[in-house]
Design a binder for this molecule. Structure first.
Ligand code: IPD
Ligand code: CA
Ligand code: CA
Length: 257
């Protein structure tokens, strides 16, 4: 195993264990809202501190981009961290959230960890080395057509600028797919595309820390990602379509029609 992946896994496990300790104590938590419907709790902050501590001890010269504490250090190697993806779910006791840690080397996806601490599902990938779920190789689904496909997404919840786009996408996709799911954790949605539980995914306005790990999982499991505008800019725009090649292409066609 790549040593940097190993450090990322240890960090994700430690953060995930800490998150799980609070599952039955949500009522007493200190919760702030960063903007409308965008919450952060002391659990998010503790998880982030645990991850950064692991990385700093192993790789003091690596850069970090973390959701709650921002950007630190240089970015030859940059760890992109979402300490708790699915905070709203977590705060409601809705059991769908994860730790997401991606490593970029010179701007290229290098290592990926998405850890679901409740199910103890660990999704990992190393560039060129394939993607795994709990050490077993995963592949994107073989679904060929949107008809019969299960598609993940995320609805707007704070900024409603894209609401009309969403409603339009729903109108087009509901009749032609087997179903649409909004799980509340984009990192897990991408991991589920990587292992074939979802056939495809689209969402607007994601952040780098929602995407960095999940993107490499999908690429290493034979899938593709694209910006909704069909460019490669999904990391900076946050507007993303993913799936196997056929489903991604058909999703893009529908979203553009
Ligand atoms: C959120 C989740 C959600 C997605 C939001 C993200 P957070 O992350 O991934 O599924 O729809 O756009 O912000 O805030 O829980 O880390
Ligand atoms: Ca997130
Ligand atoms: Ca988060």
């Amino acid at each position: 195993m790549h040593p940097m992946l190993n450090i990322g896994i240890r960090a994700a496990h430690a953060a995930g264990d800490n998150i799980v300790r609070y599952v039955d104590r949500i009522e007493g938590l200190e919760i702030d809202s960063k903007s409308r419907n965008d919450f952060v709790s002391e659990v998010d902050k503790q998880a982030e501190a645990i991850i950064i501590d692991h990385i700093r001890k192993a790789y003091p010269d690596h850069g970090i981009l973390a959701e709650e504490s921002g950007k630190h250090g240089n970015d030859t190697y940059q760890w992109i961290i979402d300490p708790l993806d699915g905070t709203t779910n977590f705060l409601h006791g809705f059991p769908q959230f994860a730790v997401s840690i991606g490593l970029l080397h010179k701007g290229v996806f290098d290592q990926a960890i998405v850890y679901d601490p409740l199910r103890q599902e660990l999704f990992t990938a190393s560039k060129g080395g394939g993607a795994n779920l709990n050490n077993r190789r995963i592949r994107v689904s073989k679904q060929k057509e949107l008809e019969g496909a299960l598609i993940g997404t995320g609805f707007p919840y704070g900024d409603m600028d894209n609401l009309d786009n969403y409603l339009e996408s729903f109108r087009k996709l509901c009749p032609v797919t087997a179903g649409i799911r909004r799980s509340g954790s984009a990192a897990l949605d991408l991991a589920y595309v990587a292992c074939g539980r979802l056939d495809g995914f689209w969402e607007y306005n994601l952040k780098k820390w929602d995407i960095a790990a999940g993107a490499l999982l999908i690429l290493e499991s034979g899938g593709i990602l694209s910006d909704i505008d069909k460019s490669d800019n999904y990391m900076s725009s946050g507007n993303i379509v993913a799936g196997n090649t056929r489903i991604s292409t058909q999703l893009l066609d529908v979203l553009h029609s």
